[in-house]
Each structure stands twice: as structure tokens, then as C-alpha cells.
Design a binder for this molecule. Structure first.
Ligand code: HEM
Length: 395
């Protein structure tokens, strides 16, 4: 067994988060496992090892937090997610309840509303011709359709974005990136606590269905509001980033956009290719419960391990020309939505949002052109843009 490459670089630094891919190449070259001295955490970079870790919850536990902090040590900057940060058996019961609320049948019922909203949005974008694809499209759409589906009031919904940004930043250290987002996101907590009370959620919405499960005794009442907040966090900036990355991809790879226009049946796999290429959650952590062999290394028990999802999704041993977008490539096995018992429960909603928007674009947009430099929004766990100026040409 080899010793780890002791990496001096900081996987939560602005330099890394602005441009992670060159650093991934260095990590891959150094071996299967790295140790980051600044935080005394380990990192797994290769696709096969990341996928194996995601699939092995007994060894790679989520219960002590999927960020740097350990819930067992108290003093947390955020509330533990009852779903994401639980191991079986606690996780199993909760996942069954939320899985029913987000079931394929329920999501199918949302389709016509989502399609209608996508049509109206693309009408507006075609009128504008030039716009910011983050603010005017990628943020606008999920902030409209997902809280609608949850049954949230209209007032103040835009606050969900800075809240989600803060929560995902809290997966990393208390660095400047976290501090900046905390200032904007923290005041939202009180508003959100109020919004997720049963009486403030519209009857028939997904939020009320979670409360109904609590009233039936399937989950504790105090858990209902907490899980609803988790969904409103997990389902916002992630989807925003996925949609913005799609426009960046279509503008940067016009031939791939044309391939999608020529083959609309590729809509679904094309979203997989987008999130493989730029993974909205770039990394997530686990805690080892026992010593474990990864590649040519042994990771000790009871340590935090960063799973670099974004790097695994660009592993050259898994995909040819991984840094390029190729609509129609086989993306099976990508880990942008995780895999195993914690695999994304909201992916049908995210996929539906992408699908209805792409369908409108395919019918009505000939091309996307960048009119300025894309600006990245740095986040300790998320990869996303804060601005993407574009022009669209109609058909
Ligand atoms: C879990 C990514 C959209 C709800 C996850 C995980 C990833 C992920 C990587 C696994 C985390 C882990 O293993 O620790 C994404 C991406 C999205 C997206 C890339 C959009 C493109 C959504 C939406 C919702 C949602 C829209 C809510 C409706 C959840 C929940 C879990 C989860 C509840 C935890 C599942 C569990 O622990 O059993 N997501 N997600 N996600 N996601 Fe998503």
C-alpha cells in the first residue's frame, strides 16, 4: 500500500473553486486518495472509487454530516438533514415517505403546469433576444415552478436561492465564501420556518402531502417542516445551476446544440450529459466507519472523506474526451445525482424542468451565443454561474 499524496492545496479555496479541473488532473496523477492537510480530510477522485463509496453506506456513512463538520461534535452552522444525513434504518423510513411524495406518478401530474410555464418563459426570452441566462431563465424557472409544486406562497420566494447557497456553503469550512453567503442567507431562516408551517402551505401541494404523512403518523410532526425545508434547499440552486450549464453548453458547442435539434429524442440523455460535464454538486463528504482500501491506499476509520463528484464525472478512464460536451454519448454511471441509497430523490423534478425548457428551445431557438464572459458563483459544494449573458436567435 502506498502512502497518500499529501496535498498542500485547499479544495475549498477560491483558486480551486474558480477553476477546479486542472487541480483534478494533478490529484489523479498523484493517486487514488489524497490527504488535505489544511482540514485533515481525505479525498477520492476516480470515478470507480467515488461510485463505490457512494454505493457503500456502511463504510462511508452520511450520519455524521455530508460536509466538513461533524454533527457528533455539536456547534453546527446548519440543521442536520433527516434524509441526506441519516443512515439506515432512520434513512429508510424517511426515504420511503418522501419517495412516495416525489413518485413518478406525482411528477407526471406536474408536467402540464411546467410545460405551460416553460412556454411563457421562452416567449419572454424570445422577445428579449439578449438576456442573462442565469437571472432571466435558470433562476426564474425553478423559483416559479418548484415552490408552486410545493404549495409555497408567492411572497419572498427569491429568498430561497441565497438560503440554499448558504446551506451548501456550510458543507465546507468557515471561509470567506461561506461568511459572505451567511450574511445574506441567515436572515432568511425565520421566513422559511414560517413558510413551511402546515397552515402556510397550499392544500394539495407536495408540502401538504408531507404534513399529511406526519398526521398519519408515518413521520414525526416535528420532522415534516424540517424535510420540507430540506427539499426547498436541495431543489433550488442545484437545478438553477443545471439549467444555466445547459445554456453555457449549447452556446459553447453549437454543433452539439444542432445535434439535439436534429434528434429531439435525445432531450433526456442530454441533461445527463450537461450535469456530467458541469456537476451542480461538485463534492460531498462521508465519514468512514472502518478502515477501507481505496485503490492502492488505505483510508483510516472515522475520518472525513471528500467525494469529488465533478472530478469523477470527468474521469478520462471512464469517458472519452471527458472535458467536452457530446450530446448522445452514453452517460450511464455518472454521479451528478449521486447513486446508492442517497441517490437524488428530486431528480425527476429536475429532469422535468430541464426537459420542458429544452423542448421549447428545440422548437423555437436556432442558436445561442455568448455576449459576455460567464461569471462563476463560488460555493464550497456547488458549481454554478452567477451570470451568463447570451443572445438567442429564433428559428
Ligand atoms: C440527493 C444532486 C435536484 C432533492 C442528491 C445527491 C446529489 C444530488 C448528488 C446525493 C447526495 C449524497 O449522496 O450525499 C442533485 C442535482 C440536482 C438535484 C445535480 C439538479 C440538477 C434536486 C431536486 C430535489 C432534490 C429538484 C427536490 C425536489 C434531493 C434529496 C436528496 C438528494 C431529498 C437526498 C436523498 C437521500 O438522502 O436519500 N441530489 N439534486 N434534488 N436530492 Fe438532489
Amino acid at each position: 500500500m502506498r502512502s497518500y499524496s499529501a496535498s498542500e492545496f485547499d479544495p475549498f479555496s477560491e483558486a480551486y473553486l474558480s477553476s477546479p479541473y486542472p487541480f483534478h488532473e494533478q490529484l489523479r496523477a498523484a493517486g487514488s486518495v489524497s490527504h488535505f492537510a489544511a482540514y485533515d480530510v481525505y479525498g477520492i477522485i476516480r470515478h470507480k472509487d467515488v461510485a463505490a463509496a457512494l454505493g457503500d453506506w456502511k463504510t462511508f456513512s452520511s450520519a455524521d454530516g455530508v460536509g466538513l463538520e461533524r454533527f457528533s461534535e455539536g456547534t453546527m452552522r446548519r440543521t442536520q438533514s433527516l434524509l441526506l444525513e441519516a443512515d439506515p434504518p432512520n434513512h429508510t423510513a424517511m426515504r420511503a415517505v418522501i419517495g412516495r411524495v416525489l413518485s413518478p406518478l406525482v411528477i407526471r401530474q406536474l408536467r402540464s403546469r411546467f410545460e405551460e410555464e416553460a412556454g411563457q418563459l421562452v416567449d419572454r426570452l424570445l422577445d428579449l433576444r439578449e438576456f442573462d441566462a442565469v437571472k432571466d431563465m435558470a433562476e426564474f424557472f425553478p423559483v416559479k415552478v418548484f415552490p408552486d409544486a410545493m404549495g409555497l406562497g408567492l411572497e419572498g420566494r427569491e429568498k430561497l436561492l441565497p438560503f440554499s447557497d448558504m446551506v451548501f456553503n456550510a458543507f465546507g469550512p468557515e471561509n470567506d465564501i461561506y461568511e459572505r453567503s451567511d450574511k445574506i442567507g441567515r436572515p432568511v431562516v425565520e421566513w422559511l420556518l414560517d413558510q413551511t408551517k402546515m397552515e402556510n402551505l397550499a392544500p394539495g401541494g407536495l408540502g401538504r402531502q408531507i404534513w399529511d404523512a406526519a398526521l398519519r403518523g408515518e413521520i414525526a410532526e416535528r420532522e415534516a417542516a424540517s424535510v420540507i425545508r430540506s427539499l426547498l434547499t436541495a431543489g433550488m440552486d442545484t437545478t438553477v445551476n443545471g439549467l444555466a450549464h445547459a445554456v453555457l453548453a449549447f452556446a459553447s458547442y453549437p454543433a452539439e446544440w444542432q445535434r439535439l435539434v436534429d434528434n429531439p429524442s435525445l432531450i433526456r440523455p442530454s441533461f445527463d450529459e450537461i450535469v456530467r460535464w458541469e456537476s451542480p454538486i461538485h463534492s460531498i463528504l462521508r465519514t468512514t466507519t472502518s478502515e477501507v482500501v481505496v485503490g492502492e491506499h488505505v483510508i483510516p476509520a472515522k475520518v472525513k472523506v471528500i467525494l469529488f463528484l465533478g472530478a469523477a464525472n470527468r474521469d478520462p478512464d471512464r469517458w472519452e474526451d471527458p472535458n467536452d460536451v457530446r450530446i448522445g454519448r452514453d452517460t450511464q454511471g455518472h454521479v451528478a445525482f449521486g447513486t446508492g441509497i442517497h441517490g437524488c430523490l428530486g431528480q425527476l423534478i429536475a429532469r422535468l424542468e430541464a426537459e420542458v425548457i429544452f423542448a421549447q428551445f428545440i422548437r423555437r431557438v436556432r442558436s445561442f451565443e455568448l455576449t459576455g464572459e460567464p461569471v462563476w458563483r463560488l460555493n464550497n459544494a456547488l458549481r454554478g454561474l452567477s451570470s451568463l449573458p447570451v443572445r438567442i436567435l429564433p428559428n
